[in-house]
Design a protein around this ligand. Structure first.
Ligand code: SF4
Length: 168
C-alpha cells in the first residue's frame, strides 16, 4: 500500500487536460452567438439518412461528445421532423427513401432549411444512370447549404454549420 501511494505521489496527475484548439474556440463563440440571434438560442436538427454508408452519421455522433459538445452551443439533434428547424440530409437519395425524405421535409414547420452532408447527396454521375438512386438531392429539395467531404470531419461539419448560419 505504501509502495502504491509513493508511486502515485511521484507520478502526479496522469489524466489528460484536453485544450480545445483555437479554431474550435472561435467557431464555438460565433456559432453560439448566431444561434442565439437567429434561433433564440436553440437550433433543432433532424438528421435524415437517404441511403448513406453511415460514416457521415458517425462523424455527426462525434459532435455530441464532450470535446465538440454541440449542445452547449444550442444545436440539438431531434428525433422528430416536427421539432426541427433544419433537415440534415446524408447519403445518396435512394429510390426507396425518396418519398420518406420528402415526407420528413413536409413535416418540418416553416421556416425550414435543408443542409446536405457529405459528397453523396450532391453526386450526380454515375448514379443518375441507375433506377435505384434519384441523384442529386437538389432535384427534390431546395438545398440551402452543402457540407462536402467523404465523410466530413466533425470540425468541417462545425465550419459548415457556421457557414449556413452566416448565410441565413
Ligand atoms: S459522403 Fe462518403 S461518408 Fe458520407 S455517406 Fe456518402 S460515402 Fe458515406
Amino acid at each position: 500500500m505504501i509502495k502504491f501511494w509513493n508511486k502515485r505521489l511521484k507520478l502526479g496527475l496522469l489524466t489528460e487536460n484536453i485544450e480545445l484548439e483555437d479554431e474550435i474556440k472561435e467557431l464555438e463563440k460565433e456559432i453560439k452567438d448566431r444561434v442565439k440571434k437567429s434561433f433564440a438560442g436553440s437550433l433543432a436538427i433532424r438528421m435524415v439518412d437517404s441511403g448513406s454508408c453511415n460514416a457521415c452519421e458517425a462523424e455527426c455522433n462525434a459532435l455530441s461528445n464532450p470535446y465538440y459538445n454541440l449542445e452547449r452551443l444550442g444545436i440539438y439533434f431531434v428525433a422528430s421532423p416536427r421539432h426541427a428547424d433544419v433537415m440534415l440530409l446524408s447519403g445518396l437519395m435512394s429510390f426507396n427513401m425518396t418519398p420518406h425524405v420528402k415526407d420528413a421535409y413536409l413535416q418540418i414547420p416553416e421556416p425550414k432549411w435543408v443542409i446536405t452532408l457529405g459528397d453523396c447527396p450532391a453526386m450526380q454521375a454515375p448514379f443518375d444512370k441507375t433506377y435505384a438512386i434519384n441523384a442529386p438531392a437538389n432535384n427534390y429539395l431546395k438545398i440551402t447549404h452543402h457540407i462536402s467531404g467523404c465523410p466530413p470531419t466533425p470540425l468541417e461539419i462545425m465550419r459548415g454549420f457556421l457557414e449556413f448560419l452566416r448565410k441565413i
